[in-house]
Write a new protein. Structure first.
Lengths: 371, 566
């Protein structure tokens, strides 16, 4: 998955495998991170994202495979011979040291003159906006403030790489949104290469230059947030990032797929498939086009339920065409309509509408495990 | 890159940093210490039990002679009888006492708790001596025994019950504290009576605590030597048999056999307790709500009366010993005097013994705490080296399973062996320190491990990423944050070093006589009042140390742990 042609990658991960006894947490993972880039490892819990981060940090060294940082092979080195700063989910702030001493902890061991340390700590306090709390102990700070102390401590020694392990997941929703902007701004200001582990897709979409989606110890897709959202490489990615409808389809002649008895033009997406093959057809709820004029293009459906979700309505629908057609067994087909659009259409439960699946938004996947 | 899956990536052998080597070396050092101080002596003991007086291997001959001597193997039955009796009595009483302290609204709870913990401050010889003054031939309330004699099973059971009560109570209090108020609310809401609630909520929630208390009580009683030594009379138990075989008859081989016999039930109780405790872990969820007792006049008054009774017994036993130590000539001249405290004039005692005890306790506290805490830190926090850490963890648990007398005798066989290069330690203060540190290693280790487990697991990772060596973080973060636990450990070691008799009784020399052993020897020589006086010296010292510890803990919490406050 890595872009091999990029010779200037700051961090190169090659064929990384990590085994815990019989369990393989990472399978042959390769990845390049460029200098100054903000990369998010995203995936459900147990997907191997934290394992990958800890291997890069040297905290749990991989069983096989290599890691290179700035052209140096660091595969087997202990953490203290590598060059990184790290922020943990728990922050791991030293409870018996003040904010100032916490931030200066890594500097005090480097034969730095006291005055230089004080100056550096002072800069960092300004950077994270904690000047007024310098003398406090961690337990006297709010979660968000603690998080910023941890960040300042990790940045104090000016490392080449910043690792963030679920840094926001212990915080309230509002503080999280605020802090993710702050961290992103800080990262851009300093220009430090950053890897963040998260299970929160929104966080990854908002912060990352590139997202690495992981599942079951392998990388499913690497790409910009826009790419990953618009063009998921696998049903897993489509399902994990945002909301996606998965429906059964059958390939027909002429580059068409039949969904619930209605044929859709899919063109090149069907290369390599033969008429009669079963496929999984994906479309995001907001990409489905709804119209009320009967007889138009699209699948005739009945709205069974409408959920009001603030800025939009989510409609759950079932097909109504005569032949008893369905989207597949146990499939809950959703359509998202903006509040305006829903009002214009007069959406209500029990209503019959046409649901069109525009070919440009439809993606076709071979069924998992099938041909 | 999919094709690369076929290519076998190079296997990585993590580079072991110099810090890792330091950690491993220290860990191996402490493991070696434990090997020399417990494993090898136990092996020496085991092999001794298969040899005759000339050191020739005789197979099971010693065991055969043990089991064919009724006077000896009846001790097994005697030991089990008094032990099981004590277990039933103490666990019941401690359960009610703990129930009163945690589930009712009686007043003076901390006073009652303090009183019940008094026996921890004394060697088990002292309550036995007090029993002699109360119920002995010249005892003030000997009629209360309806003509039965205190010397024998009655005295042993009474003395042991007193001696183990605080240990069992502590376990019961912890078990009771771990109860979830929401269960009681649910029971109330469903209309269950108080009695029904007791049997459906209270008992099930403390069942692991009860089982654990039972095993701890069992181990403490069956291995205790002080009480039966003083009030056992002709009623032989395993613990006194070891002493008699070795000190009285100089029959070391038979002493070794009895030791092995005593080790078995202790090992069994230990293993059973560990299994039960492992299950207890999952019992309490993080969302449990602490139980707040409600007033109930009838129950509260009954419980208050019960606690007063137990408290009175505790105080009167200590008070009796105290008074006896000051009475000029019991029971004829009861004017107070300090003449029994003139230990230098007594047979088997001296002020020197007291100062030796202080010295032993101080060394044990300092060296023991440093070693135990460092060892626990390395087991909990070092990376890699799984085999070493697992082995160390096992080694740390062994001392708890070994009765003091068995340990002491094992030391005799191991360190006094002519070909042992460590033989120079025999009959010195260092061997007493080694023996005592090892004897109490497990509980201290568990305290340290519990405190360390509560620290954020990533402190070490953070300091590695900041390139700060582990030992700096150890001294600047780990030790200060764990200071309350460190003080607890040092106090535990100090008090136990002051009060222990069993292990050191085989190991002291005239130069290193100890206060607790002096009690034993003076009592043996008929100087019972001076024995009580020496006991009071130990109680006073242990109490003073506890006070200092409480003050220190408060001071340190106020000064260095300001961060604990919000």
């Amino acid at each position: 998955m890595a872009n091999d042609n990029n010779g200037e990658a700051y961090l190169r991960v090659r064929n990384l495998t990590k085994k815990f006894g019989e369990f393989t947490a990472l399978k042959n993972v390769s990845l390049d991170v460029s200098e100054g880039e903000f990369v998010c490892f995203l995936g459900p819990s147990g997907c191997g994202k934290t394992t990958l981060l800890r291997a890069i940090a040297g905290l749990d060294i991989q069983t096989m495979g290599t890691v290179e940082q700035a052209g140096r092979d660091i595969s087997a080195l202990p953490p203290n011979e590598r060059d990184f700063g790290i922020v943990f989910q728990s922050y791991a702030l030293f409870p018996n040291l003040s904010v100032t001493r916490n931030i200066g902890y890594g500097l005090e061991n480097r034969n730095m003159p006291k005055a230089d340390i004080a100056a550096r700590v002072s800069d960092l306090l300004d950077l994270v906006g904690l000047r007024d709390h310098a003398k406090k102990y961690p337990s006297q700070l709010s979660g968000g403030q603690q998080q910023r102390v941890a960040l300042a401590r990790a940045l104090a020694t000016s490392p080449g790489l910043l690792l963030l392990d679920e840094p926001l997941s212990a915080l309230d929703a509002k503080v999280r949104v605020h802090l993710r902007h702050e961290i992103k701004e800080l990262q851009e200001k300093i220009g430090i290469t950053t890897i963040m582990v998260t299970h929160d897709q929104e966080e990854a979409l908002a912060m990352a230059d590139r997202i690495v989606v992981m599942n079951h110890g392998v990388i499913e897709q690497v790409g910009s947030p826009e790419d990953i959202y618009a063009d998921p490489a696998s049903p897993f990615v489509a399902d994990f990032i945002g909301t996606t409808n998965f429906v059964d389809g059958e390939v027909q002649a002429g580059g068409r797929v039949s969904v619930a008895g209605v044929a859709i033009d899919c063109g090149a997406a069907l290369d390599g498939l033969n008429p009669g093959d079963m496929v999984t057809v994906c479309i995001r709820p907001e990409d489905v086009q709804v119209s009320t004029e009967g007889g138009g293009a699209g699948i005739p459906v009945t709205i069974t339920d409408v959920e009001f979700l603030g800025s939009f309505h989510r409609c759950h629908v079932t097909p109504v065409n005569g032949a008893g057609q369905t989207f597949g067994t146990d499939i809950d087909f959703m359509i998202d309509l903006s509040a305006n659009r829903a009002r214009d259409l007069g959406i209500r439960e029990g209503m019959a509408v046409q649901a069109a699946l525009p070919p440009e938004f439809v993606r076709i996947y071979r069924p998992v495990g099938g041909g | 890159m999919r094709d690369a899956a076929v290519v076998e990536a190079p296997r990585i052998t993590p580079k072991v940093s110099s810090e890792d080597w330091i950690m491993r070396a220290v860990l191996v050092g402490i493991a070696l210490y434990l090997t020399v101080s417990i494993l090898l002596p136990l092996y020496a003991l085991l092999s001794k039990s298969f040899k005759n007086a000339d050191g020739l291997f005789v197979g099971l001959a010693n065991y055969v002679s043990f089991f064919s001597t009724p006077a000896l193997f009846w001790s097994i039955e005697n030991s089990l009888t008094v032990t099981l009796l004590c277990c039933v009595i103490v666990v019941t009483l401690a359960f009610i006492y703990a129930y009163a302290l945690t589930r009712t609204c009686i007043p003076f709870k901390s006073l009652f708790k303090g009183v019940a913990l008094l026996p921890i401050l004394m060697p088990s010889l002292l309550p036995a001596i007090a029993l002699v003054y109360l119920f002995g031939n010249q005892g003030i309330i000997k009629d209360w025994l309806f003509g039965y004699e205190i010397y024998g099973p009655i005295g042993i059971v009474m003395g042991e019950c007193f001696y183990v009560f605080p240990h069992v109570l502590t376990i019961m209090l912890i078990a009771m504290a771990n109860s979830d108020a929401r269960l009681y609310e649910a029971s109330d809401a469903l209309g269950a009576s108080r009695i029904k609630t007791f049997f459906t909520v209270t008992l099930p929630s403390v069942r692991y605590g009860l089982v654990s208390a039972f095993f701890v009580c069992f181990t403490l009683v069956i291995t205790d030597f002080g009480v039966p030594k003083v009030v056992g009379g002709k009623y032989n138990v395993l613990a006194t048999d070891i002493y008699k075989q070795v000190v009285g008859r100089q029959d070391f081989e038979m002493g070794a056999v009895v030791s092995m016999v005593l080790l078995l039930p202790a090992l069994f109780a230990f293993a059973a307790d560990r299994i039960v405790q492992r299950r207890q872990v999952a019992l309490l969820s993080a969302r449990a709500v602490p139980y707040q007792p409600k007033k109930n006049r009838a129950v509260d008054m009954t419980m208050l009366a019960f606690c007063c009774l137990i408290g009175l017994i505790m105080v009167s036993i200590l008070g009796m010993a105290c008074f006896a130590s000051f009475a000029k000539f019991w029971p004829y001249d009861l004017t107070l005097s300090l003449k029994h405290y003139n230990f230098d004039l007594m047979d088997g005692g001296s002020w020197n013994a007291y100062w030796n005890s202080i010295e032993l306790a101080a060394w044990t506290a300092v060296i023991g705490t440093a070693m135990v805490f460092t060892g626990a830190y390395l087991v909990e926090k070092s990376k890699g080296f799984h085999s070493g850490r697992t082995a160390m963890q096992l080694l740390c648990m062994i001392p708890m399973a070994v009765p003091g007398l068995v340990l002491g005798l094992a030391y005799v066989f191991f360190f006094n062996a002519p070909n042992n290069p460590l033989g120079f330690l025999y009959h010195t203060m260092p061997i007493l320190v080694i023996c005592t540190v090892t004897h109490f290693y497990t509980v201290a280790h568990l305290t340290a491990a519990t405190a360390l487990k509560q620290l954020d697991g990533e402190f070490e990772s953070v300091s590695q990423s900041l390139k700060v060596p582990f030992y700096k973080t150890f001294f600047r973060i780990t030790v200060p944050v764990c200071m309350p636990a460190i003080l607890d450990i040092s106090m535990y070691l100090f008090v136990n070093a002051m009060t222990t008799v069993s292990a050191v009784v085989f190991l002291y020399s005239p130069d290193t006589a100890l206060a607790s052993v002096a009690i034993l020897n003076m009592d043996d020589a008929g100087d019972v009042a001076p024995a009580a006086a020496m006991g009071m010296m130990i109680v006073g010292t242990a109490a003073a140390v506890r006070l200092v510890h409480a003050g220190l803990t408060r001071g340190i919490l106020a000064r260095t742990q300001a961060w604990r406050k919000r």
